[in-house]
Design a binder for this molecule. Sequence first.
Ligand code: NAD
Length: 243
Amino acid sequence: PLPLENKRVLVTAAGQGIGRASALAFARAGATVVATDINADALKSLASEINIETRLLDVLKDEAVTAVVAETGPFDVLFNCAGFVHSGSVLEMADKDLDFAFDLNVRAMVRTIRAVLPSMLERGGGAIINMASVASSIKGVPNRCAYSVTKAAVIGLTKSVAADYVAQGIRCNAICPGTVESPSLQDRMKAQGDYEAARAAFIARQPMGRLGTPEEIADLAVHLATATYTTGQAYAIDGGWTI
Ligand code: NAD
């Protein structure tokens, strides 16, 4: 049997990048996946995939999260993948950017966990996977203040949930990627003006000399959904950036 047969998995931000690759990887591992995103067009290309249902979901909206989970749950696995990267140091960071980063990168995870966890507890177990970053409490990265503050909070949230529910069969781990080829990374490279120079700089951060792929991160997400003896950990997957 496949590792995730008869399991239901909820993925946020599944429209593109790591979330999309993960929805496909969970489905290949035998799970029934509810792939959600704010972008309806991005979801369309997933709707025809075997073992995948799609739902429009803005994780900034409490009622929407509750409604989608009520309609499509209960879930065995929750992969919180939604997140946004702001640029800038602490002096350049606008309050509204920090507020938005907290809402999308942290509070959205609190929303989905509150919606999904009660039924996991009733059923005696579940796995929660939160998308953090090495830019967090793991590593100081220049020009990423709002992002790193919030991704460090994701690791704190992960450990807190893990500690509170470890005896009730709930595991909660965080994934901390280095630089991964994705549509939003493409946007950030283009926004810097000299695309080739920006790309070379992003690649140079990893001693492996390349960017990660969404599929490599998705492999770790599937692993953490099935790795029954690990909880509360922040897993770096970063081409050696934090060696
Ligand atoms: P991406 O940034 O290219 O795509 C993000 C997706 O999130 C889009 O499909 C978008 O429509 C969706 N989204 C945005 N706002 C939303 C909302 N309010 N509700 C629901 N969905 C929403 O994808 P990516 O670069 O693979 O990033 C995915 C996650 O991985 C993020 O949390 C990011 O911080 C994290 N991450 C990425 C990298 C990287 O280098 N790409 C590195 C470390 C961590």
